[in-house]
Write a protein that binds this ligand. Structure first.
Ligand code: 5GP
Ligand code: ZN
Length: 140
């Protein structure tokens, strides 16, 4: 897509610190790291959100995550890693090209979640579970 920052990075029009480059996947250092070693894994092709990606292509992209997580942990010596993927502005997606954040984590670091876990009323979880199962395409 013509005015997408990440498409320009894939095309080599904007420089990046490249980590991995295949026919489907591309990974590079995040320029505004939440911690040193923060890497972004993206599809070469432009999809705005994850749900827009064909399953095969998503699979070919995601197969790189375990090795990336291992490499980031080995190099940074971090204790844990968050893999985050934001879809939509409300979910804190700023760049509208699918990307997975690989973020090193250490005790006492500056990255905090607000994780307001709720609880379901009687039967609500089961109703939603049934609705979601029905919404899945055949063969999922
Ligand atoms: P989002 O909030 O959309 O999930 O995350 C977008 C990420 O892209 C941010 O962490 C930001 O630092 C990173 N980013 C934005 N523009 C550039 C860029 O031009 N180069 C690199 N390497 N990272 C970028
Ligand atoms: Zn793009």
């Amino acid at each position: 897509m013509a005015d997408c920052i990440f498409c320009k990075i894939v095309a080599g029009e904007i420089p990046c610190e490249k980590i991995l480059d295949t026919d489907v996947a591309f990974a590079f250092m995040d320029i505004g790291p939440l911690a040193e070693g923060h890497v972004l894994l993206i599809p070469r092709a432009h999809y705005e959100t994850l749900d827009a990606m064909p399953a095969e292509e998503a699979g070919a992209l995601l197969r790189h995550l375990p090795a990336l997580v291992n490499a980031v942990r080995d190099v940074t010596g971090c204790e844990g890693v968050n893999v985050l993927q934001n879809n939509g502005r409300v979910a804190h997606q700023v760049v509208p090209h699918v990307h997975f954040h690989v973020i090193p984590r250490n005790p006492g670091d500056e990255f905090h979640f607000n994780w307001p876990a709720g609880e379901y009323g009687e039967g609500r979880m089961q109703d939603l579970g049934e609705a979601i199962r029905r919404a899945l395409p055949r063969g999922s």
